[in-house]
Design a protein. Structure first.
Length: 119
């Protein structure tokens, strides 16, 4: 496993380096993140639980370490995180099931067109 504290520190430094190399890209990301961070209907705890579930489904280590830190500051418990991650696991499996059905549908449509052209 990672040294998450060290990784988070190093990541912040590297993002700073990236910001110097591509300031417009970093400003664009910051604007997006800032806009999404405004709470109107969801509290900070809920937003961090969603963020962690999405971080897992997108396999983003940087997102995990950043949002674990924010979740702790928001008062989220380990059990709440575990429950949110259970939803992420179910969604990943569900997405694989849905995309498997789509893949077979694509195959059937594609081969149906080929057999009609050949016949």
């Amino acid at each position: 496993m990672l040294d998450w504290t060290g990784y988070r520190t190093e990541l912040k430094a590297r993002v700073g380096d990236f910001g110097k190399a591509a300031p417009d890209a970093l400003r664009g990301y910051a604007a997006l993140a800032s806009g999404a961070a405004k709470t109107q209907h969801l509290d900070a705890r809920t937003r961090e639980l969603i963020s962690l579930a999405v971080a897992v489904t997108t396999r983003c280590d940087g997102c995990i370490t950043s949002h674990v830190e924010a979740a702790i500051k928001a008062g989220v418990t380990r059990d709440e995180i575990a429950e949110a991650l259970g939803v992420a696991i179910a969604m990943n499996a569900g997405a694989a099931l849905v995309y498997s059905a789509c893949t077979l549908d694509c195959f059937e449509q594609t081969t149906a067109g080929q057999s009609a052209a050949a016949g």
